[in-house]
Design a protein around this ligand. Structure first.
Ligand code: MLT
Length: 201
């Protein structure tokens, strides 16, 4: 997968796996990640699917309607990519935290739903429930932070609440931040994610 790796200055810190929203690329979340942890290594990845010129991590049939077969294949591809990148760049595979926005948060969510605790934690900005047809694997004490908007038309508040419920039922330690806004990422949301990260990693 097309990507950028930036080595951090503190090897004990997690490597932050950065997953952009629709129309983004591997560079999109670099400055956000540097704000969350200026010393961590960063792995920005570009989704392999292109929709009307816009990169995504998996196909969709309509807005909010996922192509489940493609989601399955792309999630496997991403999981394998993380393993390969850990070898190639010699970072600790056991110490990876995912940060995703929108489409990127959805594939990060599906990674947990499908592969279990293959990351040490996750920051999910404006995610949806990736699928409702499987039992979520055990995610004991996995720290997950969700940023949601009370007026998010793309990701309705109920999606965030359902995701919180499903992850919590699987044993994850979930915290949800609610903004009064829509699908956009606000500075206050970023500040809240940074504060949560600081207490967990
Ligand atoms: C998705 O397709 O993953 C969601 O609708 C959010 C997005 O458009 O990125």
């Amino acid at each position: 997968m097309q990507h950028i790796f930036i080595k951090g200055t503190d090897d004990s810190k997690p490597t932050l796996l950065l997953l952009h929203g629709t129309g983004g690329n591997e560079h999109d979340l670099i400055s956000l990640a540097k704000e969350i942890d200026p010393t961590a290594s960063l792995l920005g990845v570009r989704g392999n699917v292109v929709e009307n010129g816009m990169p995504r991590f998996f196909r969709r049939l309509a807005e909010g309607v996922f192509d489940m077969a493609d989601l399955e294949v792309r999630t496997k591809e991403l999981a394998e990519f993380i393993d390969e990148a850990a070898e190639r760049y010699s970072f600790n595979r056991e110490n990876v935290v995912a940060i995703g926005y929108s489409n990127g948060a959805n594939i990060a969510g599906n990674l947990l739903f499908r592969n279990g605790p293959v990351v040490k934690g996750a920051i999910l900005h404006h995610p949806m429930v990736p699928r409702r047809d499987i039992e979520v694997p055990v995610l004991t004490q996995l720290p997950v932070w969700i940023g949601a908007g009370k007026n998010d038309y793309m990701c309705p508040p109920q999606e965030s609440k359902d995701l919180e419920g499903l992850l919590t039922a699987a044993g994850a330690k979930v915290e949800v931040y609610w903004s009064d806004y829509g699908h956009q990422l606000t500075h206050d949301e970023l500040k809240a994610a940074k504060a949560w990260y600081a207490t967990h990693f």
